[in-house]
Design a protein around this ligand. Structure first.
Ligand code: SF4
Ligand code: SF4
Length: 417
């Protein structure tokens, strides 16, 4: 029988208590009994856009899972992800920008960019062999922790597509693009995470994975079968599962059966949303139609196209035409501190609900010497981003975050109220 569960959450305390209860009550038997077992947590760190934009896995959800693992006495925990190739190629560390390195330091767990891992070969369609991060093959227990997003190429991305980040570097990711949907299925059959915990606290609708709109959906899903979880997420988003590339491939291959579809159809979900579909601009839609995509992929693999992608002008052109979703801003954030504008603060408590470190906000920001923040603050700027009164002032240089604030600042503030 399949295992699947849904909980509704909003604040960091609900996320942490909800995940603990869920894992204790329903999934405890799956965890290895040996405390020294190698555990890999695989979040979705697709780009440097933080969880509040709907793009990447929420630090609060990963923190809750680490808390749980630590509570069980687990000693060998690694957060690992091979982030988006464009950032990696531009020398930008998405892991640092999203503050996952700081989260790891705070908890004393390892954080690994799989783009730099040793490889283990996995077989894909058409005789292709590509390298996945050795950590994924050698792990005793993998927890897949994707985000719910609509996706302009794959339809939706949740558990199945998240494993693309286990491939090492751009060259290995590119190798599987020829038959992407089938290869995503193959990747899941090869790596087989034992548990899937989906961050649906804030999802992304519309033109995902990086040009969509965040949507507060307030759920965490868990399950032991990625096909069931992805089918359930499609139902949750009112998105036709037949249009989700990897699910369609799995149905064609007989991996997803009537048994899966019946289980999903009857499951009592807490809500059903109607996500806006991922409609790309005319040029991107033309090129990415199934009939023409193989020609685009052939062009994409040429040295000239790779050169074009690496130039600033080329990158801007691709972004403007919609053929590329990301902007690779080189400027890093420089942090000098936060301060509280007491006249603006209404004590609404929203900032405290979003702080992954459960710092006593906003009081701790107001603390004269900042000492209450120093030990626990991981500089994620969630509190700053959500404050509807703009009562938290940031000191330093925003760097790449400035563009994110320009695009999503107001949307996030309205969404969290
Ligand atoms: S979110 Fe803003 S207004 Fe609300 S308590 Fe925090 S600082 Fe004050
Ligand atoms: S205080 Fe703000 S910046 Fe620091 S960890 Fe909490 S939410 Fe992030």
């Amino acid at each position: 029988m399949f295992r699947f569960d849904a909980i509704t959450v909003d604040s960091v305390s609900e996320i942490k208590s909800g995940i603990k209860r869920l894992l204790d009550d329903r999934y405890a038997d799956l965890f290895p009994s040996d405390k020294k077992s190698r555990i890999v947590i695989k979040p979705n760190l697709n780009s440097n856009m933080n969880a509040l934009t709907g793009n990447t896995t929420d630090l609060r959800v990963v923190a809750a899972v680490i808390d749980y693992l630590k509570g069980r006495g687990c000693t060998d925990i690694t957060i690992g992800e091979g982030t988006n190739s464009g950032y990696y190629r531009s020398g930008i560390s998405v892991i640092e920008r999203l503050r996952y390195d700081e989260l790891g330091r705070y908890y004393g767990v390892a954080v690994k960019d799989f783009n730099y891992s040793d490889t283990a070969g996995v077989s894909f369609e058409r005789g292709v062999k590509a390298g996945v991060a050795r950590e994924c093959v050698e792990a005793d227990f993998i927890i897949n922790m994707p985000k719910i997003k609509t996706h302009f190429e794959a339809g939706m991305t949740v558990c199945l597509k998240n494993l693309i980040g286990c491939l090492v570097g751009q060259e290995n990711k590119k190798k599987v693009h020829g038959a992407l949907s089938d290869n995503i299925v193959n990747l899941n059959l090869a790596i087989k995470p034992a548990l899937h915990i989906v961050d649906g606290v804030i999802s992304m609708e519309g033109l995902g994975p990086t040009r969509g709109t965040p949507l507060k959906t307030g759920v965490i899903f868990a399950g032991d079968d990625p096909f069931i979880v992805d089918l359930m997420c499609a139902r949750f988003a009112s998105f036709p599962y037949q249009k989700v590339g990897p699910l369609a491939a799995a149905i064609k291959r007989g991996i997803v059966t009537e048994r899966h579809l019946d289980f999903v159809k009857d499951f009592p979900l807490p809500h059903i949303f109607r996500f806006k579909p991922p409609e790309a601009g005319p040029l991107a839609s033309f090129i990415h139609s199934p009939k023409r995509q193989k020609y685009f992929l052939a062009v994409r693999r040429t040295p000239f196209f790779n050169y074009l992608c690496s130039t600033e002008l080329g990158g801007k052109l691709l972004y403007l035409t919609g053929l590329r979703q990301d902007v690779f801003i080189k400027d890093e954030m420089r942090w000098e501190g936060l301060s509280l504008n007491k006249e603006k603060c209404t004590n609404c408590g929203i900032c405290a609900r979003y702080c992954p470190s459960e710092i006593d906000l906003p009081q701790a920001i107001d603390n004269a010497d900042g000492s209450q923040l120093q030990d626990k603050c991981i500089h994620c700027l969630y509190c700053f981003s959500v404050c509807p009164q703009t009562a938290i002032d940031f000191h330093g240089e925003m760097g790449f975050m400035e563009e994110q604030q320009r695009q999503y600042g107001q949307i996030i503030k309205k969404m969290v109220i």
